[in-house]
Design a binder for this molecule. Structure first.
Ligand code: T46
Length: 184
């Protein structure tokens, strides 16, 4: 595995290696020892699978408040997505900055998102499927969200947004709420 930094401290790309022979392909998606480079002692509490039917759909931007803050590892299993993380860490020099990366089923790249970030993505193909590994169990009471189209964040989505949940449409805008970041 190779690790690539991004402009947001701790937010990393994990480049996996695919071994191919006449039977097919094999890739290692996670290794505690190798990933100690970016996070010693990384363990997972929950693994989720997300399937998005239509191109243009956006899910997000989601995060969890303390004590349920979580790191995530995202892998695209089918199709292609534009995956985005937003730095919500209190006092971070890149607070409210975002970074996006295209993930696809053929690619070797995975996204490691530390605690203190919001996460969301746009499906760039129909039937886009993502595997999520989480370091904390989801907690409905600790769930928070920001608007995908919040001008204070100004995410540039590759496609027109065609579908978004009512929940995601109703998050407050940063400027209109008392949101001031989260302790990671
Ligand atoms: C996240 C989660 C959700 N749920 C239930 C709650 C809803 O009844 C249903 C769908 O939840 P939601 O609409 O929040 O799903 P997404 O919009 O895909 O949210 C996810 O996608 C964004 C981009 C993320 O980064 C989060 O990991 C996750 O919040 O599953 C659970 O039962 N367990 C869970 O861990």
């Amino acid at each position: 595995m190779k690790f690539h930094a991004t402009p947001l401290a701790g937010l990393s790309l994990i480049e996996t290696t695919r071994v191919e022979d006449e039977r097919g392909q094999f890739s290692r998606l996670f290794c505690e020892v190798e990933c100690a480079t970016i996070r010693p002692g990384l363990h997972w509490s929950q693994i989720n699978l997300s399937r998005t039917y239509d191109k243009g759909t956006v899910r997000g931007m989601h995060f969890q408040y303390p004590p349920a803050t979580e790191a995530k590892l995202i892998r695209c299993l089918r199709g292609r997505v534009f995956d985005v993380a937003v730095d919500l860490r209190v006092e971070s020099p890149t607070y409210l900055h975002w970074h996006g990366v295209e993930l696809d089923e053929e690619g070797a790249i995975q996204f490691f998102i530390p605690e203190g970030f919001a996460h969301g993505f746009q499906a760039l193909t129909d039937d886009a499927q993502l595997l999520y590994l989480h370091t904390a169990a989801w907690n409905r009471e600790q769930e928070g969200g920001l608007r995908h189209d919040d001008p204070a964040i100004a995410i540039t989505w590759p496609l027109p947004v065609t579908r978004i949940s009512t929940k995601d449409r109703q998050w407050s805008l940063v400027k209109e709420s008392r949101f001031a970041g989260i302790q990671p």
